[in-house]
Design a protein around this ligand. Structure first.
Ligand SMILES: *[C@@H]1O[C@H](CO)[C@@H](O)[C@H](O)[C@H]1NC(C)=O
Length: 216
């Protein structure tokens, strides 16, 4: 009997590990984020379900084109838990990305989410780099209606390869995917990583590193 109990516990903990490998499974219908709570939890504290409104599950604005007048020629409009409090604990979010002709979304990674996107307008070169095989580039040109997935954590990018504007809608497997831009993280950190360190890391001279730092 005791042996059976041990086996049961082992099985139960194995199942628990599977179920909690990513964001915890919700334990209620919803947990609308209460941004005013001073309590720190993994995610955000729930609003009283009695006072939750339809607008807590609602966002309007993804029909609007983002302003791509910036050096990269792209604009991400996020709909994460910060914009839509009803996403709290649900493990999902959305973005619209606009690209000017030949605009880019520079190399970046989402530490907490896989991203799946579909092209609504235009044509895009997309890609990501794998950890195994080491540093393999997986890349493809996408057209209207095409769908592509960027696996969680991998460095990825997009480039508009047309003379018209491009638009995508993306879905991400976290309420708060996070975005680490490689250029900003390495050359635009606060405080700065020392130039002689970066010069050695990238095998270039410190002058070039300082030029890059000035851009980020
Ligand atoms: C777009 O952004 C640029 C640069 O920040 C700004 O000068 C311009 O006024 C913006 N355009 C619109 C329509 O908001």
């Amino acid at each position: 009997m005791a042996k059976q109990v041990v086996h049961f516990c082992f099985l139960a903990s194995a199942l628990f590990c599977l179920a909690s490998a990513f964001e915890p499974k919700p334990l209620q219908d919803y947990c609308v984020a209460d941004p005013t709570s001073p309590v720190y939890v993994n995610g955000m504290v729930c609003k009283d379900p009695e006072v939750v409104q339809a607008n807590d599950f609602y966002y309007s604005g993804l029909h609007l084109m983002g302003n791509t007048s910036n050096p990269f020629g792209s604009k991400v409009t996020p709909v994460t838990v910060a914009q839509l409090p009803g996403l709290n604990t649900l493990g999902i979010s959305m973005v619209r990305i606009d690209y000017a002709p030949w605009g880019i979304n520079p190399p970046h990674t989402h530490p907490r989410a896989t991203e799946i996107m579909t092209v609504l307008e235009g044509s895009l070169e997309v890609g990501f780099v794998t950890s195994y095989p080491e540093n393999r580039l997986i890349t493809k040109v996408l057209y209207k209606g095409d769908v592509f997935v960027f696996p969680v954590g991998l460095v990825h990018f997009q480039r508009n390869v047309g003379n018209t504007c491009a638009v995508v809608i993306g879905a991400l497997s976290s309420q708060n995917p996070g975005a680490i831009s490689i250029g900003n993280a390495v050359f635009g950190s606060n405080p700065k990583i020392s130039s002689d360190f970066l010069a050695k890391a990238f095998q270039v001279d410190t002058k070039l590193v300082d030029q890059l730092k000035a851009k980020f």
